[in-house]
Design a protein around this ligand. Structure first.
Ligand SMILES: [Zn+2]
Length: 406
């Protein structure tokens, strides 16, 4: 017997975004994984709709009564039950009325409890920010299962960033890529507040962990001088490098190109490339000629170039992002200044700009990077009323003129 599909029924006008525009009556899906349970949006309860009831007429099966009296009695009982149920429904009408009041109302602070088909979640996730997916994967086993699919992460990346960022480097999973962009916490010592990703090394570390893992160029070259007298320092061109300043702060991916900057490598990368060389060509003590290893070396060098290009693109993207955020904050502060100045001019008597600028409450208010509104003005106004006398007095003393002449 097939279970009825448990779907949210939303009128067309209420569909908030494209994620809900799939057929609400989801067909049975071949992937049983997504069909096993139905979650609710608030994740705190696995409520199920009362299903399975109303499978149709009474099924008496075999061996029905043959006696007429019995049949009549049964018919009478059924009729009485039906009557009783009708009358019950009438009295309890408000309780049992189906929910047809309109679209689901979404409000901040009130968890949505509308039941959704499990197979809608992958579609919703495709339109969600990667940072949201990182959070959602730890919310419920179903979400973890859905987000085990690479395609969901990829769709999310393409939808949210388009070609602003490149696809992940070979060997880097989509979810790892998202974690490097939006995750938090040192990947080595697990320090929670670490947010800095060193794109040169594709890791997010705290500064102490970074310093414990990097080595300078001279140390790397020393590591690459083996006992047989081979100078393998050219291998450094095949592994990721980064630039740090004279205080040891990470500057960028790639080799240093300024006087007081220096190039660093990961000690583990130097060890790994050496081990790979030995595993490919043997560690027999014979000197390697360039010709012998040229094909392998060229391939590795190309990988290193691609890695560097990817790291630089991500660093540029991060810089752009940071700049855009700062511009947006500055714009909001400017808006607050204009708005509060205009509102202060409507006070009785008007509080003019020279005095307004001396009020501490105003100075604090315009440092907040949020758009202005009347609620914010409602908080600010009583504080200005308290401070205005002193501020206006200061302006008067400074200019030795009556305030009205401004
Ligand atoms: Zn750390």
């Amino acid at each position: 017997m097939t279970q009825p599909s448990e779907c949210v029924k939303m009128p067309p006008s209420s569909r908030p975004n494209v994620a809900f525009q799939v057929a609400p009556q989801a067909p049975s899906i071949s992937n049983k994984k997504f069909n096993t349970s139905t979650d609710v949006l608030d994740f705190r309860a696995n409520r199920r709709l009362p299903g399975g009831r109303g499978s149709g007429a009474a099924s008496n099966g075999s061996g029905g009564p043959t006696d007429y009296q019995q049949l009549k009695r049964k018919a009478d009982t059924a009729e009485a039950k039906a009557r009783a149920s009708i009358s019950t429904k009438k009295t309890a009408a408000p309780k049992n009325r189906p929910h047809t009041a309109g679209p689901t109302k979404l409000r901040v602070g009130r968890p949505v409890k509308t039941v959704l088909c499990a197979d809608l979640w992958p579609i919703i996730f495709q339109y969600s920010e990667s940072s949201v997916l990182l959070h959602m994967k730890d919310v419920a086993p179903l979400f973890r299962e859905i987000l085990g699919k690479k395609s969901v992460w990829k769709e999310s990346r393409v939808y949210n960033y388009g070609d602003q960022i490149p696809p992940p480097l070979h060997g880097l999973e989509e979810w790892q890529y998202a974690d490097l962009r939006h995750g938090q916490g040192c990947m080595s010592c697990k320090k929670e507040k670490t947010r800095k990703t060193y794109w040169a090394f594709l890791r997010r570390w705290c500064k102490a962990c970074l310093h414990s893992k990097i080595i300078g160029e001279m140390d790397a070259i020393t590591m690459l001088q083996d006992s047989a007298g081979n100078d393998l320092s050219e291998l450094l061109r095949c592994i990721p490098s980064a630039t740090v300043d004279s205080w040891g702060n990470y500057v960028k991916a790639g080799e240093a190109d300024l006087q007081f900057h220096r190039t660093v490598y990961l000690r583990s990368d130097v060890g790994a490339i050496l081990a790979e060389l030995h595993s490919v060509f043997g560690k027999n003590g014979e000197p390697w000629s360039k010709d012998q290893i040229s094909e392998w070396f060229n391939e590795k060098e190309n990988e290193g170039r691609e890695h560097l290009k990817f790291s630089e693109q991500l660093e540029n993207w991060e810089k752009g992002n940071r700049g855009a955020k700062q511009t947006s904050y500055r714009d909001k502060k400017d808006d607050r200044e204009v708005f509060f100045t205009a509102q202060a001019a409507t006070m009785t008597p008007p509080l003019l700009k020279p005095a307004l600028e001396l009020c501490k409450a105003y100075q604090r208010a315009i440092r907040i990077p949020k758009g202005p509104n009347m609620v914010a003005w409602g908080y600010l106004k009583p504080k200005l009323e308290q401070e205005r006398a002193a501020a206006e007095e200061m302006v008067r003393k400074k200019t030795r003129q009556p305030l009205e002449e401004y």
